[in-house]
Design a protein around this ligand. Structure first.
Ligand SMILES: [Zn+2]
Length: 77
């Protein structure tokens, strides 16, 4: 995917610095209370996929069908 800054974002490499695993505190609380022990492989994927551009720090939030839902840009100060 091409970021609005012109750089290409890719999550083909794993691990990468682009994909963020974002949970709300409530979602995370539900996950860690699922059982006595947490198997990392059973941790569900976050509801929304979130990418961060490593060049300009824009944040992309995706819909379930992989279309971009929201784009956040760093505010100039
Ligand atoms: Zn960018």
């Amino acid at each position: 995917m091409k970021c609005k800054c012109g750089k290409t974002l890719s999550t083909v490499q794993a691990p990468n610095d682009v994909q963020l695993h974002v949970y709300t505190d409530k979602e995370w609380d539900d996950i860690i209370n699922m059982g006595d022990t947490i198997d990392v492989l059973t941790i569900p994927d976050p509801e929304k996929e979130v990418w961060r551009c490593i060049h300009c720090d824009r944040i992309y939030v995706f819909n379930e069908d992989n279309t971009v839902s929201k784009v956040y840009i760093v505010e100039e100060s």
